[in-house]
Design a protein around this ligand. Structure first.
Ligand SMILES: [Zn+2]
Length: 379
């Protein structure tokens, strides 16, 4: 089956590039669970006639999100006359930008949007509207995060700086005891740091978090500069033609903080909660004591699976278990395959973690932060 072959080949490519640019970290070889899950999912798509990618709902969603972004941006920059008009518009712009990231960019970046490579490339480049880089995102998210979820020094999503201690294996500082209060505010600044500093710093030093990666060159460097250029033009260049520097900076800040909080919270609910595990490689073999797919399930947690509004907006990122096991399937299919994934996990004795609501996930994240902030959480 060509689609299945595509997925396997692409997973192998990711694995070999992750090993090439970092320390060699391997998983146990027993992949019976993964093979059976893949077989059942392939059978499901064959039987139902559904498409893994190029789903019509996804194209409709793309149009809705991009048109909303254009409308809000136009109203904010060209129409708004007062702060009480600009404030809700800039918050909404940040929310819609997050929606573009969760849905269009994330699926494109994972080759889950379409079976046509250039469509994925183009949709992945909508990260420019959020101020990011599709090249850096590929390495940080699709390679380092997806290959090595919740493994310290390998999963770059765990490196949020000195102020956040997310795993028992990270260094503890006394101020971490207040992290379950202040980190929510710092999440708001994450997007600003990423837009204005992290991407440039990473490219200059050839490193993401603690891991080296190949700097972009040639065409990739051109795309990096173009994406950043689009963002700076939209965020500062055009608005400065019509408004004062302070007005532009304030409403850029409001929009970026809304974006940062939403992106951070949605990603933290998936892996940084009480139910997720944070394994380390075994000291004697240097291997993770689990097969790759089982590791993915045990380090990942779903939330609000049956809430259609949440599922629509977060682009299926509330089905994180399904996403981590099958990242190249368009997210609009996750609700349909979720039961099948859950049953296969149960049959193989693999943990299937979930929170029933967004609030249950948020409170669990808060409790985990408080626990990681206590001095006796050092391992
Ligand atoms: Zn992903």
């Amino acid at each position: 089956m060509p689609q299945r072959q595509d997925i396997q080949e692409s997973q192998e490519r990711l694995a070999s590039s992750a090993v090439e640019f970092g320390r060699k970290l391997k998983f146990q070889k027993n992949n019976a669970f993964q093979v059976e899950l893949q077989r059942r999912v392939d059978e499901f798509f064959l039987f139902t006639g559904r498409q893994k990618r190029d789903c019509p709902q996804m194209y409709v969603k793309t149009a809705i999100l991009l048109l909303s972004f254009a409308l809000l941006y136009g109203l904010l920059v060209f129409k708004a006359q007062t702060w009480w008009q600009a404030l809700p518009l800039s918050i909404l712009l940040g929310i819609v930008a997050a929606g573009i990231g969760f849905n269009i960019q994330h699926d494109g970046g994972h080759q889950a949007y379409s079976s046509i490579p250039w469509v994925n490339k183009l949709t992945g480049m909508t990260i420019a509207l959020l101020g990011g880089s599709s090249y850096n995102w590929h390495w940080k998210h699709a390679v380092f995060h997806h290959m090595y979820v919740n493994i310290k020094a390998h999963d770059s999503d765990l490196d949020i700086g000195i102020f956040g201690r997310l795993t028992p294996h990270q260094q503890w500082f006394s101020f971490h005891q207040w992290q379950h209060y202040y980190l929510w505010l710092l999440y708001g600044l994450m997007a600003i740091r990423w837009q204005l500093y992290d991407d440039f710093h990473n490219v200059l030093i050839g490193q993401i978090g603690e891991r080296p990666y190949p700097r972009p060159t040639g065409w990739e460097l051109f795309i990096f500069l173009m994406e950043k250029g689009i963002f700076f033009t939209l965020a500062f260049g055009i608005p400065l033609l019509f408004h004062s520097v302070w007005v532009v900076l304030i409403f850029y800040g409001v929009s970026a903080i809304a974006l940062g909080i939403i992106l951070s919270v949605v990603f933290q609910l998936a892996h940084v909660v009480e139910e997720a595990s944070f394994p380390l490689p075994l000291e004697d073999t240097g291997r993770i004591d689990n097969a790759w797919a089982i590791h993915q399930a045990e380090t990942t947690v779903n939330f609000a699976r049956y809430n259609p509004v949440v599922s629509w907006f977060v682009g299926g990122l509330n089905f994180q278990v399904e996403h981590h096991l099958l990242p190249q399937i368009c997210h609009v299919n996750y609700p349909a395959i979720s039961k099948l994934v859950e049953e296969t996990c149960q049959e193989f004795g693999v943990q299937y973690n979930e929170h029933k609501s967004v609030w249950a996930g948020i409170t669990s994240h808060g409790r985990w932060l408080r626990r990681m902030g206590m001095p006796n959480s050092i391992e």
